[in-house]
Design a protein around this ligand. Structure first.
Ligand SMILES: *Cc1c(COP(=O)(O)O)cnc(C)c1O
Length: 428
């Protein structure tokens, strides 16, 4: 397996793109080799510019749940593009998209399309602040909500009443109203709410943590957040950019039976096109311009090509429950076998999973929050990643990311993946 062409492209890229990549996680920074440049994809496979084929578990970070380059979505995009790429005016398909989501997701009474998950979260928070007239936000350490200034707060080691910027270029003023609680720890949320009476606009959470590896909500955590928000008249925002339309059509909120006030979407809702959305209670969404005083806009929002891709994917997912059954079964098979193997062999690793999302943590400690996730040995993960890549398995180049199964994965893909995984530990 050679990587000459990828190396050559990376050398060119670093001279003209910061770090050679347009998003940092692509840089293989934690891995110590040049990233693979991708030429094409199909189904469960991704092909690099040197002609290597890999079974892919990045899945473009989640959007391609039906598999890469699904023919039905591609056809919808081609047909839409024949009518024009962008109008900057209202279109029928935007109405269809909004009606479809409102019809099938009980918590969504109104929805607004944007162009990324970052934008969806930023806008939902603005709407929550506009609605409540309050300034503070509670987020959880280890949950990622895009790269808007107010969400880039450092995790700290426990409850933080005032966010410290986690990035250069973010001013303390931008993060001072962002407080950080501990995932799966309701007391940490209660404490922040009680210390800031009448000041918290919203609690935002990934209902299943999928950006610190995969961290499941403990029993009672999500209902507890709902209760605390109600007690303190704060809004509950579920960031379902990953989990939405993945953990079943109604996402984590359907799976856990907890109704947020607002929900943010991204990834699957665009099927690989740049799309995000935020929606929820009518009275909150009616705060948004031009109905209400909360300003939010976007030149390419509701873009007709992106809507064609996203709506086609959502319609397929909604009409065929067998897809989610298959994803769940495959997840139980692959991640279940991995978990059983590390247990049998007494390997100090944790396998977490829910349906199609899974993660192998190189730590002996059960992972329930950001602090326990951070006990993972990232150098071991890097070695594991290189072994898997060499075996034709394409994983996220960082420990704290999920593995994504798509409906296009096959039993033989899972078998090959498990064999490569086992091969890593047998070599040790
Ligand atoms: C990916 C992600 C975002 C950001 O979405 P972008 O489209 O990358 O801006 C926000 N929240 C969660 C939970 C995500 O996984």
């Amino acid at each position: 397996m050679t990587a000459d062409r990828s190396k050559e492209l990376f050398e060119r890229a670093v001279t003209c793109i910061p770090g050679g990549v347009n998003s940092p996680v692509r840089a293989y920074g934690a891995i110590g080799i040049a990233p693979r440049f991708i030429a094409s994809t199909a189904g469960s496979h991704i092909y690099d510019v040197d002609g290597n084929a890999y079974i892919d578990y990045i899945d473009s970070w989640g959007p391609c749940i039906l598999g890469h380059n699904d023919e039905r979505i591609r056809e919808a995009v081609v047909r839409a593009s024949e009518r024009g790429l962008s109008f900057g005016c209202a279109t029928e398909i935007e109405v269809e998209m909004a009606e479809f989501i409102c019809a099938h997701i009980p918590s969504i009474e109104m929805i607004r399309m944007v162009s990324s998950g970052t934008e969806a979260v930023m806008s939902a928070i603005r709407a929550a602040r506009g609605y409540t007239g309050r300034e503070k936000i509670i987020k959880f350490a280890g949950c990622y909500h895009g790269h808007s200034d107010a969400m880039l707060v450092s995790a700290g080691s426990g409850v933080m009443t005032s966010g410290v910027p986690d990035s250069a270029g973010v001013t303390p003023g931008c993060t001072k109203d962002t407080m950080t609680a501990v995932y799966n720890d309701l007391d940490s949320v209660k404490q922040l709410l009680e210390e800031n009476p009448g000041q918290v606009a919203a609690v935002i959470v990934e209902p299943v943590g999928a950006n610190m590896g995969v961290v499941l909500p403990a029993d009672g955590f999500l209902p507890g957040l709902r209760r605390l928000c109600d007690e303190h008249q704060a809004l509950l925002i579920f960031d379902e950019v990953i989990t939405g339309f993945r953990l079943g059509f109604t996402g984590a909120q359907g799976l856990y039976g907890v109704t947020p006030d607002l929900t943010t979407y991204g990834k699957i809702i665009g099927a690989g096109m740049p799309v995000g959305a935020y929606g929820g209670r009518r009275d909150v969404m009616e705060m948004v311009a031009p109905v209400g005083p909360v300003y939010q806009a976007g030149t390419l929002s509701g873009n007709p090509i992106a809507m064609a891709a996203g709506l086609t994917q959502l319609q397929i997912l909604q009409s065929d429950p067998a897809i989610y059954r298959k994803l769940s079964e495959m997840g139980d098979t692959l991640y279940g076998r991995m978990a059983a193997y590390v247990k049998d062999q007494q390997i100090p690793c944790q396998v977490t999973h829910i349906q199609s999302l899974g993660c192998l943590f190189f730590t002996e400690h059960p992972v329930t929050d950001y602090a326990s996730a951070k006990t993972a040995d990232t150098a071991r993960y890097a070695a594991y990643f290189r072994h898997m890549l060499g075996s034709g398995i394409h994983l996220a180049p960082a420990q704290f990311e999920a593995m994504f199964l798509s409906a296009a994965h096959t039993e033989s893909d899972l078998e090959a993946t498990f064999k490569a995984f086992r091969g890593f530990f047998e070599k040790q």
